[in-house]
Design a protein around this ligand. Sequence first.
Ligand code: HEC
Ligand code: HEC
Length: 324
Amino acid sequence: MHFFRSHITTLVLASVVMFSCRNNKQEPPTPVQAKTKDAAVWQAPDTSTIPHSPEGDMIRYGRELIAHTATYLGPKGSIRQQTNGMNCQNCHLDAGTKPWGNNYSGVYSTYPRFRARSGSMETMVKRVNDCLSRSLNGKPLDSTGREMKAILAYMQWLGRDVPKGKTPAGSGIKKLAYLNRAADPQKGKQVYETKCQRCHGADGQGIMQPDQSMYVYPPLWGPHSYNTAAGLYRLSSFAGYAKDNMPFGINYQSAELKDEEAWDVAAFVNSQPRPVVHFVKDWPVIASKPIDHPFGPYADTFSQQQHKYGPFGPIQQEQKLNIH
Ligand code: HEC
Ligand code: HEC
């Protein structure tokens, strides 16, 4: 396997390569750069418009940090070793530009903003560091350091055409309708085996580049995955992300999973072991927890099990009755 000797840095190329040797029957994923023609959803500014100036260099460095976080901050990072080895881009696809791919279009326009999880006004710095300590199960970045400044410069550039206070269509993760039943990890296991395992691995631990510096296919559970305080540990976030973005190569216009499959595979993946981290200051107002927050205490009498897997309809119904 001669190509393993060359340093493969782009995931797209790497996926194609891995595909051709792991499973001959499988088509390589469509390049993620393929642009959707839907004028209604936000499109990122063209990277060729990043200025050739010191500010432009910071924007480019920020984009690079999002796309190849592990190179700089991972276990073998060149700057500091402070994360689990995932890239921001693993979850914020195409460097945080993909419609309904958890993009950053609404970040610069809406921060600082109040967030219920902390019960306080949050800056962009705090929000970036939240993902570092939860999704990347690592340490926060110094707010005055070059890396944080570059990430913020990139997010500001991305959101430059978005009016203050607005969240564009296609931002973040699309919420799916709730199922009438609880999401089922057993059914999700079958979805995983037929539609996910070929890339993320039978053990869910993902696959590293041969030089072990970065994931080609990131882990979905296990010690190097996102921790239990991360956004994807909530079923609605995972299901919405998976529906519009997985198997890798699809987008919201070419989704392959049925809603049911997305919920079930979310239940399966989020019932597997992963780093357990609790931030004691989270959710100071218990009643503000999202319906699918998987840890009590709750302001209602539904079980932790039901808050994690559903059915969510009855919880939602009771919450509506309590708001007068
Ligand atoms: C394991 C997946 C994962 C990884 C890796 C990850 N994030 Fe996130 N991030 C999320 C999820 C989930 C959300 C919440 C999305 C939602 O609720 O719509 C989020 C939200 C955010 C937001 C707020 C977006 C908004 O519109 O309010 C920012 C900013 C952010 N992440 C930055 C980062 C940065 C920077 C990195 C890398 C250092 C990173 N994230 C890595 C999953 C991840
Ligand atoms: C063709 C290979 C492939 C298949 C099949 C696939 N994925 Fe992925 N998945 C990826 C790649 C590659 C990434 C990272 C994308 C990036 O960094 O640009 C990813 C990222 C993810 C992430 C966010 C990062 C993380 O590790 O937590 C989740 C969640 C995920 N996939 C779930 C699924 C689910 C669920 C399925 C099955 C329905 C699936 N994937 C099928 C290749 C694949």
